[in-house]
Design a protein around this ligand. Structure first.
Ligand code: HPA
Ligand code: ZN
Length: 333
C-alpha cells in the first residue's frame, strides 16, 4: 500500500512557512488570550474563510492569522506543534521558513520569536533527534531597504539560520530588486533560496538564478513555459521545492490532475514535494504525497525518487544525505 510507504519513509521538508502552520484552533485560542480582534466568531467561520482565489487572497488571511502571535510562548507552541507533526509523519529533517518582518512590524523583536523557535527546536533535537534548520525569509512586498534593516536586526541570530529566502506577493516584485540584501546575506554565510515562478513568469526564475544566485527555487512550476529554462534546471540540477496542495488551493493549477510535478520529475528536474502552509492548504507533507497518488497515480518508483530528492536538495552535509538515502533504499526493499 502506497499510503503505508509514504508514512514509513523518512522524508525531508524543504518549503514550510512556520506561520503557515498555525491551526484555526490555535489562532482562536491566542486571539482570546491576547484579546486580538479577528473577523471570525467560530472555528467554522475561520475554516470557511480559507477559500482562496490567488496568492494575495491567501496572504491577506495569513498575515491576519499571524497577528495573534505575540509572546515567546506563542512562537514556542507554534513551532512545537509543527515539530510534533513532523515526528508523526516521519519527517526527519525540516528546513523551516519564518517571516521576521511580519513580527517586527508589530513591535515583536527577534529576541522574542527566536527564543520560542529555538526552545522548541532544541527540545525536538533532544527528544527524538530531529534535524531542523531555519530560513530567514524577506517579504518582497516591502522595499529592499526594509529587508536590509531586517538583516541588521538579525545579526545576533544569523548563526541560527542556514539560509535566507524571499516570499510574499510575487507579481510586480521580481527577485532582482533584492540583489543587495542577498549579497550581504551571503557574505554573512547564509545560503540563498527564492520563491519564483509560483504566479510569476519564467523571467523571475531566471532572475532568481542569474541575479540573486539562488541555489534552490521555491515553487518554480511556471518554468515549463520556457523550455530553455527547464533544460537549465536539469543541467545544473537546481532544485524546485514544489507544493502541490498549495498550488491547487491558490489556483496555480485548476485541479491536482493538471499538476506538472510528475512531468518535471520524468524530464529529470530535481523536484521535491512540500507543504508550504499546511493548515491553510489542507494538509501536511504526507497529504501532499497522497494527493499525487490519488490524482496523478504517482507510482512507487516516483515516490522513492521524490523522497530521495528531498534529501539531495536539502542543505544537510553530504555524509548525512548519503545516510538518509541509504535508509530510504532499505525501507523500499
Ligand atoms: N508564496 C509566497 N509567499 C508565501 C507563501 C507562498 O506560497 N506562503 C507564505 N508566504
Ligand atoms: Zn512558500
Amino acid at each position: 500500500m502506497i499510503e503505508t510507504l509514504i508514512k514509513k519513509l523518512p522524508k525531508a521538508e524543504l518549503h514550510l512557512h512556520i506561520e503557515g502552520s498555525l491551526s484555526p484552533e490555535m489562532m482562536m485560542r491566542l486571539a482570546e488570550k491576547h484579546q486580538v480582534a479577528l473577523p471570525y466568531n467560530s472555528l467554522e467561520e475561520v475554516e470557511k474563510a480559507y477559500q482562496f482565489e490567488d496568492l494575495q487572497s491567501f496572504l491577506d488571511l495569513y498575515y491576519l492569522g499571524a497577528s495573534v502571535l505575540i509572546e515567546e510562548e506563542d512562537f514556542y507552541q507554534l513551532m512545537w506543534v509543527y515539530l510534533l507533526k513532523c515526528k508523526e509523519e516521519n519527517v526527519v529533517h525540516a528546513e523551516i521558513m519564518f517571516d521576521p518582518q511580519t513580527h517586527l512590524q508589530r513591535g515583536i523583536s527577534f529576541s522574542v520569536f527566536m527564543a520560542g523557535f529555538k526552545r522548541a527546536i532544541e527540545q525536538a533535537k533532544k527528544e527524538w533527534g530531529m534535524s531542523v534548520m531555519l530560513i530567514l525569509s524577506y517579504l518582497r512586498h516591502l522595499p529592499e531597504s526594509d529587508a536590509l534593516q531586517t538583516l541588521e536586526l538579525a545579526q545576533e541570530y544569523l548563526s541560527d539560520c542556514i539560509a535566507v529566502g524571499l516570499d510574499s506577493s510575487e507579481m510586480g516584485n521580481p527577485p532582482d530588486q533584492f540583489k543587495t540584501v542577498f549579497e550581504k546575506s551571503a557574505k554573512a554565510g547564509l545560503r540563498k533560496v527564492v520563491h519564483a515562478g509560483e504566479e510569476g513568469p519564467p523571467e523571475y526564475i531566471w532572475s532568481a538564478i542569474n541575479v540573486i544566485g539562488a541555489e534552490r527555487i521555491d515553487h518554480g512550476v511556471r518554468c515549463v513555459e520556457d523550455p530553455a529554462l527547464v533544460e537549465h534546471l536539469i543541467e545544473k540540477q537546481i532544485p524546485l521545492t514544489v507544493c502541490p496542495l498549495s498550488n491547487v488551493k491558490l489556483c496555480v493549477f485548476a485541479d491536482m490532475k493538471q499538476h506538472n510535478i510528475l512531468d518535471l520529475l520524468e524530464k529529470g528536474v530535481l523536484v521535491t514535494v512540500n507543504a508550504d502552509d499546511p493548515t491553510y492548504f489542507g494538509g501536511f507533507l504526507n497529504e501532499n504525497y497522497l494527493a499525487l497518488y490519488r490524482a496523478l497515480q504517482m507510482n512507487e518508483e516516483q515516490l522513492i525518487q521524490l523522497v530521495k530528492n528531498s534529501f539531495i536538495a536539502s542543505f544537510l552535509p553530504n555524509e548525512v544525505k548519503q545516510n538518509w538515502l541509504k535508509k530510504v533504499k532499505l525501507i523500499r526493499q
